[in-house]
Design a protein around this ligand. Structure first.
Ligand SMILES: [Zn+2]
Length: 226
């Protein structure tokens, strides 16, 4: 989903596990309700089967996210939601969040980002052994910055952008409630539409650059015909 905060990780799924005390205070009933809502949204998108685990986090790394795959209409995966967000959101905004996250699973967006991350990890592994590859990586990052200054997003950032806009569009198609989607998106950036929604990084993590601003996401919602 995007915007970042900082806190500590815990997990909650349908089945209770060890380490109860460090978990966020979210009941199994509440988690079960979220799972039902996610699976129902996936069925409405056309999945014949859906099996979703909901994880409540409090590590502050992300406010919501999804990991999963859709194979021939059979969707499986994990939807992750920050516990504070869960407490703060009214029903309709939470429905948009869930719809956005399951849309990532429905459209197999994880496969796009995994492929790019694996290629980069392979090259970084080689760079640790060979200084010429390290130089190649540096050149690659410099090239991305130059291209960005000319208004072109690097391929990974362009994929992030396209995937987020697609998940928003599918989510609003599901909820038929554009105004709630816009209210939520503004909420997570403190009502500042110029804040970045997603960033891409070069030279390690020292230079985060916007892949997508919240204003872009809001404008894309306005263009939807529904
Ligand atoms: Zn997203």
């Amino acid at each position: 989903m995007g915007a970042r905060k900082r806190r500590s990780v815990t997990r909650r799924t349908r089945s209770p596990s060890i380490n109860q005390q460090s978990r966020p205070q979210v009941s199994d009933t509440r988690v079960g309700e979220l799972i039902t809502r996610c699976e129902s949204l996936l069925h409405r998108l056309g999945c014949s089967r859906a099996s979703i685990v909901v994880e409540i986090t409090s590590d502050g790394k992300l406010i919501a996210g999804a990991l999963g795959l859709n194979f021939n209409g059979v969707a499986t995966g994990r939807v992750i939601i920050d516990d504070q967000l869960l407490k703060a959101l009214p029903y309709d905004e939470l429905e948009f969040v869930l719809a956005h996250e399951v849309s990532h699973i429905f459209r197999n967006h994880l496969a796009d980002s995994l492929t790019a991350a694996m290629v980069r990890a392979l090259i970084e592994g080689e760079a640790r052994k060979d200084d010429r590859v390290k130089l190649l990586l540096l050149g690659w990052d410099v090239w991305k910055v130059i291209r960005a200054s000319q208004g072109h997003l690097p391929p990974t950032a362009a994929t992030t952008r396209a995937n987020e806009l697609e998940a928003d569009a599918l989510a609003v198609w599901l909820t038929r409630d554009k105004e709630t989607a816009k209210r939520f998106l503004l909420r997570i950036v403190g009502d500042n539409p110029d804040a970045p929604s997603h960033v891409w990084e070069v030279f390690g993590t020292t230079m985060p650059l916007p892949a997508l601003s919240m204003r872009d996401r809001l404008a894309a919602l306005d263009l939807l015909p529904y």
